[in-house]
Design a protein around this ligand. Structure first.
Ligand code: ATP
Ligand code: MG
Length: 417
């Protein structure tokens, strides 16, 4: 038997209602905040991610699914994230001349070759938002507020916002030097990857998952102490806006984010109690990204929220039982004539927009009643030869077992309770 690829998942009909529920909350909130849905291809030229995500990141160095295209001599990658493709698309479609800000959202699968575990898979689902063309810290607060309101609407509690600023190109050099000095003192202890990063991109060392590197990283200089005046003022406005909006946060110098393009604001929403992979949402500002992908300079801010981690948190809080749709009516039948009549009435009801079911496997009448109950049908209509001849049949309310006689031709169901 052929099995699915490690780190991927099948979502069967008993679980899709939960996914759909979460997606519809995400879509609803995105719409309320004025974000329009954007859809981009599942694969792109590898170079887009090398430039957009950063070629010293784990994502690009170790995790990307890259392959040679069949008919042209070029490398293609399955998207490991959604931001770079959105930037590519907006540049390709000339959206930079549209009125600012540009606000996009997407719900997509992403692909990363990581070690599969709870909350970490190789194909994963992400709700992402991107807001372009505003440098204002109010934009940062708006994007954070959108993520937070998704959690609220899903009924999730205890999702903590961790906030930091990693400064801009102006404050970076001094901070970079301080980091180099700090990690340089420990250069003998660093992992191989970090050893090379020390020269190329010391900021990445803060993000290393190896126990020794991360212990050294915990004692590293903090970005907030190295912000230039502009970045410090920006961060102050952000925290004031969050205070005014009633969104609580915790300053966390450990948040630096795994991708190269972030500037200033970085944040994560953490759900305690769902295991090691507790970051349900991560995001930040990426003011240099658009320019580095060939556009005119344009600031941006956004986040990615992992659907399976949201589900882990919902399960942990006992709010993950979402039922699929249940039939309004089941048409039970006895005998072949009745079976055809049941099919005819079922068809009429479906055309009227009602979820109706009838027997397709030849169950006994008793077994049909049991099955209708299992499906959760609100009503059952019982049909046999007598009912067809008289044109009247018994409609049973499955909730309270109340029965009433209805006309087969054109009967209607009571309004949904
Ligand atoms: P992490 O450090 O937790 O892997 P990241 O910094 O790599 O996160 P981002 O690229 O910012 O993650 O992606 C945004 C969100 O997507 C994460 O906060 C997480 O909820 C989810 N996510 C990322 N990678 C995976 C994965 N392999 N499996 C499931 N969800 C993921
Ligand atoms: Mg990761």
């Amino acid at each position: 038997m052929i099995r699915k690829i490690k780190g991927t998942m099948d979502i069967l009909p008993d679980k899709t209602p939960l996914f759909r529920h979460i997606e519809s909350v995400m879509r609803g909130e995105a719409a309320r905040y004025g974000f329009g849905e954007i859809r981009t291809p599942m694969f792109e030229n590898t170079e887009l991610f090398e430039r957009g995500v950063g070629d010293t990141t784990d994502v690009v160095q170790k995790e990307m699914y890259t392959f040679a295209d069949r008919d042209e001599n070029r490398r293609i990658s399955l998207r490991p994230e959604g931001t770079a493709p959105v930037v590519r698309a907006l540049l390709e479609h000339g959206c930079q001349s549209d009125p600012m800000p540009l606000k996009y959202y997407y719900i997509i699968s992403c692909f990363r070759h990581e070690a599969p575990q709870a909350g970490r898979s190789r194909e994963f689902f992400q709700f992402g938002t991107e807001l372009f063309g505003s440098e204002s810290a109010i934009a940062d607060a708006t994007v954070i507020s959108l993520a937070s309101s998704v959690f609220d609407r899903l009924g999730l509690r205890n999702i903590k916002l961790h906030l930091n600023s990693i400064g801009c190109a102006k404050c970076r050099p001094a901070y970079r030097d301080a980091l180099k000095a700090h990690f340089g003192e420990h250069s003998g202890e660093l992992c191989d990857t970090c050893h090379t990063r020390l020269e190329k991109n010391p900021l990445r060392l803060l993000d290393c998952k190896s126990p020794i590197c991360s212990a050294i990283a915990r004692r590293a200089p903090k970005t907030l102490d190295y912000l230039c005046d502009d970045c410090a003022a920006h961060f102050k406005t952000l925290t004031s806006a969050l205070d005014a909006m009633g969104i609580s946060y915790e300053l966390d110098p450990a948040i630096v984010r795994g991708l190269d393009y972030y500037t200033r604001t970085v944040f994560e929403f953490i759900a305690e109690g769902i295991g090691a992979q507790s970051t349900v949402c991560g995001g930040g500002r990426y003011d240099g990204l658009v320019e580095s992908l060939g556009g005119a300079p344009m600031s941006g801010i956004g986040f990615g929220m992992g659907l399976t981690r949201v589900i882990l948190a919902m399960e942990q809080q006992g709010i993950a039982d979402i039922d699929g749709e249940k039939p309004r009516i089941y048409l039970a039948s006895l005998g072949e004539r009745a079976q055809i009549k049941a099919a005819e009435i079922t068809e009429r009801l479906r055309r009227e927009g009602i979820f109706a079911e009838c027997d397709l496997v030849g169950r006994s009448l008793k077994a049909q009643m049991k099955y209708a109950n299992k499906l959760g049908a609100d009503y059952v209509l019982m049909l046999g030869d007598n009912e067809i001849d008289s044109g009247r049949a018994i409609l049973r309310d499955m909730k309270n077992a109340a029965q009433s006689e209805v006309e087969l031709l054109g009967f209607t169901l009571p309004e949904n309770a």
